[in-house]
Ligand binder design. Structure first.
Ligand SMILES: Cc1cc2nc3c(=O)[nH]c(=O)nc-3n(C[C@H](O)[C@H](O)[C@H](O)COP(=O)(O)O)c2cc1C
Ligand code: SF4
Length: 432
């Protein structure tokens, strides 16, 4: 069953307007912007219920229910609380949060303000990676404009609620996108992950309860409150309501950012949104979920993009990066690249990730140089599984996803590069 359809203005969560510029505060308000904030201030309890009923899940990768996290914040009796918007966007191939910050900053700020009110936070940070100077500039300017219009700062819209926001610039570490490493980095400590529990909602910034959400998660909130959870649930599926921003890249005709209803298959994303393959070459593989995601063959692309079905097939939606590879691409080259990336980004705190990545990288180097044996491939799989199961944080746990999935579906590409295979090939004149 095809779930593809073009989204029109009424069933869209995001309206990027003219993509060459940033939607101004007055333009945003003329199209209903800040109505949701007024509604949330008037009835915070109902606003929270709408978010819960909408079934909004975190878009930063872990897909944790956003309403539940807000409710857990409310359960804490500590007076001083913080809100942090995670705009580190370090997952390779992902550019949705940058697009939101560059083009619809007030939709993000409105969602962030509503979440802060519901979480009882009066101070917060937008943690933006330093590679996004335009986004930092745009959000800084937008915060000042919102403050001047009484939409941020003390007594928002004349109410009892206040929110003071600052921008914090990341310094180029992928790991600092992980929520506890991010908090340490704001506190001026080494950007390394902390033990969980306690979770940030219990003990976050400077030991105080802290709500951390991704940019896209927060930017969903105004539409949910203004149009209602019932409207939101008309988009997507029962399992995964709403839409997902997909960063589509690689060998498709129309690379770019698309708002895609959950339930759309990955094949439809490539064919209908991306316009199909760019050149005459056939589709070989698709990397779903960024560097920490999986590499799957064309047969897997009829899986609907929804959390439940994807989990059954071992597919990680993650941040929503979809990278399409045609038959000319090397799977080994792609995976080699990712292993190098994680080796560079590992903080070295725990042995399985630090040593595992070193060993895995060493073997992959040998495979790509045509010097590995079939025994090396076995070890590659063994070390990667060990890293996945024993690493301290999500970086080490997910670093082997592309490797293990590519070994599952494209094992012959690894084995055919091995010396034992090449020797047998020359003896028999065929591949082993
Ligand atoms: C290594 C690593 C990097 C991460 N990078 C990001 C990131 O760049 N942006 C993001 O929003 N979440 C990132 N996350 C997920 C966050 O830890 C956290 O789950 C998220 O900010 C929660 O927000 P959400 O519930 O709205 O998704 C990362 C997680 C890990 C393990
Ligand atoms: S898994 Fe990797 S990144 Fe995470 S704590 Fe261990 S060494 Fe550091």
């Amino acid at each position: 069953m095809s779930t593809f359809r073009e989204l029109d203005g009424y069933d869209r969560v995001f309206n990027f307007g003219n993509c060459d510029s940033s939607v101004s505060l007055s333009e945003y308000q003329q199209t209903g912007g800040y109505e949701a904030l007024r509604m949330a201030i008037g009835n915070p309890k109902q606003a929270l219920e709408e978010i819960c009923r909408a079934g909004l899940r975190g878009r930063g990768g872990a897909a944790f229910p956003a309403g539940l996290k807000l409710k857990m914040m409310q359960g804490n009796t500590e007076k001083q609380r913080y809100i942090v918007c995670n705009a580190d966007e370090g997952e390779p191939g992902t550019f949705k949060d940058r697009f939101i910050m560059n083009h619809i900053p007030f939709q993000l700020l409105e969602g962030l303000t509503i979440a802060a009110i519901l979480a009882g936070a009066e101070n917060g940070f937008v943690y933006i990676r330093h590679e996004y100077p335009l986004a930092q500039e745009n959000i800084k300017r937008s915060i000042a404009e919102a403050e001047a219009a009484g939409l941020l700062g003390d007594n928002i819209l004349g109410s009892e609620f206040s929110l003071h926001l600052k921008i914090f610039s990341g310094a180029g570490s992928y790991l600092c996108g992980e929520e506890t490493a991010l908090l340490s980095s704001i506190e001026g400590k080494k950007g390394r992950p902390r033990v969980k529990p306690p979770f940030p909602i219990e003990k976050g910034l400077w030991g105080k309860p802290t709500l951390i959400n991704n940019v896209e998660t927060l930017a969903n909130i105004p539409a949910i409150i203004a149009k209602g959870s019932a409207w939101y649930r008309t988009l997507g599926t029962e399992d995964s309501p709403g839409t997902k921003l997909i960063s589509l890249s690689g060998d498709v005709k129309k690379r770019g950012l698309y708002e895609v209803p959950f339930g759309t298959t990955f094949r439809e994303i490539i064919e209908n949104f991306g316009g199909g393959m760019k050149e005459v070459f056939d589709l070989k593989a698709v990397n779903i979920g960024g560097a920490s995601g999986v590499v799957v063959p064309p047969e897997e692309l009829d899986c609907p993009m929804e959390y439940g079905k994807c989990a059954e097939r071992g597919i990680t939606i993650g941040s929503g990066a979809v990278y399409v590879m045609d038959e000319q691409r090397s799977i080994l080259g792609n995976v080699h690249n990712r292993v190098h990336f994680f080796l560079h980004e590992s903080c070295g705190k725990c042995t399985p990730c630090r040593e595992g990545l070193r060993q895995v990288n060493r073997i992959i180097d040998r495979v790509t140089a045509g010097e590995a044996s079939l025994k090396d491939i076995e070890n590659l799989e063994r070390f990667t599984r060990c890293m996945q199961e024993a690493s301290f944080c999500g970086l080490g746990q997910a670093a082997g996803n592309s490797l293990l999935s590519s070994l599952k579906y494209f094992r012959e590409e690894y084995e055919n590069s091995c010396v034992d295979c090449v020797e047998k090939t020359s003896e028999r004149g065929e591949l082993c």
